[in-house]
Design a protein around this ligand. Structure first.
Ligand code: NZQ
Ligand code: ZN
Length: 385
């Protein structure tokens, strides 16, 4: 196990009715900007509950954060926040709204000329406004981590940044807010959470039995609970379990002291940037082929995954590992999640070429836990997708 020091300081209020905790979690006498998306919160009653919690606060609203939040929109929010003297951001929605809040919080305080540099060239974030979240879509783990992913419409780019200053101060997780999710978004959430775990688990790493078992228990729970939310969207227990899985999948605990992959995500982000695939759709396409191509380094973990999670009895590691990939694909298909570029009408050769050029344009890349996925290998993977 590698050395690690890790502290996740997010205060979590979880459960039915937890939005009522908002007044006690908010800082006193601060000017607040409440941020949300296209309006799902107005249709499912979350907006009214938040308004009740904000009734004695000085706040403005900023609506219209889109899925795969845009830098351009975030910069409008930065302008509005500066004008109003905002001191605290409250994000209400899915991962996109939460990520936008993190970027806006850092951009408002950014000392350089263009906050895009935080994403594009790792410009230092030395301070950020504090933020809190009310999550309505379990998927990204953004509610309990320090990462945000922002897209730029003008250049078709999608880039992440991470900084401890953008950890939420608190996150409210009421599983009842997720009853209104469409099947597509519910499934996206399950697949994204599963992918977060596998990016930390299906690696060439070894010697981390506790972290491995954390990963296996999250994936097993997702596999057990996902069909329940599809057959009964108001199954509270299942919604709550999925929500807690998604938070734990990317709050840092699974990967403490472990090597991590994240190549599926980095290639997937390009597919979203170029073709508009939902984040989870891009992952379900890339992951199986990336595993097949990097079988030489991932075989042992894939075989363990097969035996422990899918109960595969196969003695040969190589056959067990292949079974793990097939069973992961079967699980995705059972949820209605597609796994091929052609399922979305995307030409694989064109996509492979575009992603190759994009990565070469950045001076090539060295993705994956061993840094062995460069632009050429990403192209090879996509040609098989
Ligand atoms: O905009 P509204 O009206 O709110 O509708 C949203 C949106 O259309 C809707 N929705 C959210 N909660 C709902 C709901 N509809 C009905 N009922 C509810 N309770 O769902 C749609 C998608 O929302 P979005 O926030 O985009 O989805 P998700 O949570 O999957 O977030 C995806 C974004 O997060 C990034 C992705 O790249 C993508 O940009 N990620 C962030 C990460 C992080 N911060 O650590 C890691 C992830 O790997 C991921 O990259
Ligand atoms: Zn993800």
């Amino acid at each position: 196990m590698n050395n690690f020091s890790y502290l996740n300081p997010v205060k979590i209020a979880f459960g039915k009715g937890s939005i009522s905790k908002l007044p006690e979690l908010l800082p006193e006498r601060k000017k607040i900007m409440m941020l949300y998306g296209a309006g799902s919160i107005k249709n499912n009653g979350v907006y009214d509950k938040v308004m009740a919690g904000l009734s004695s606060c000085n706040f403005i609203e900023f609506a219209g954060i889109e899925p795969n939040p845009l830098y351009e929109t975030c910069m409008k929010a930065v302008e509005a926040a500066k004008k109003n003297g905002t001191e605290f951001i409250l994000a209400v929605g899915g991962g996109s709204v939460l990520d936008a809040a993190k970027f806006i919080a850092a951009a408002i305080e950014f000392a350089g000329t263009d906050p895009w540099d935080i994403l594009a060239s790792d410009a230092p974030v030395r301070s950020a406004l504090p933020l809190g979240t009310i999550l309505t879509l379990p998927a990204t783990g953004s509610e309990m981590n320090m990462t945000a992913v922002i897209s730029r419409a003008s250049t078709c780019e999608k880039l992440p940044f991470s900084n401890p200053l953008v950890y939420p101060v608190f996150s409210i997780l009421d599983p009842e807010t997720t009853y209104s999710l469409s099947v597509r978004q519910s499934v996206n959430g399950v697949v994204d959470a599963l992918a977060h775990v596998t990016e930390q688990y299906i690696t060439s790493g070894s010697g981390t039995p506790l972290q491995d078992r954390l990963c296996e228990s999250i994936i097993s729970t997702l596999i057990e609970e996902a069909p329940k939310i599809l057959s009964d969207p108001k199954d509270y227990e299942a919604r709550a379990n999925i929500m807690w899985c998604a938070t734990n999948a990317l709050n840092g605990w699974c990967s403490c002291g472990c090597v991590q992959d994240w190549a599926t995500h980095m290639i997937g982000h390009e597919l979203t940037a170029f073709y508009g695939l939902d984040h989870a759709q891009s992952l379900a396409v890339v992951m199986p082929e990336l595993w097949r191509i990097n079988m030489h380094s991932k075989e042992s973990k894939l075989a363990q995954f097969a035996r422990r999670v899918f109960n595969v009895k196969e003695k040969s590691d190589s056959r067990a590992a292949r079974a793990a990939i097939a069973k992961t694909e079967d699980f995705f298909h059972s949820l209605g999640m597609k796994t091929k570029l052609s399922d979305y009408g995307i030409n694989g050769e064109e996509a492979a070429g575009k992603v190759y050029e994009r990565f070469m344009g950045r001076g090539d890349v060295a993705l994956g836990e061993d840094g062995d996925i460069n632009a050429a290998k990403a192209r090879e993977i996509l040609l098989k997708c």
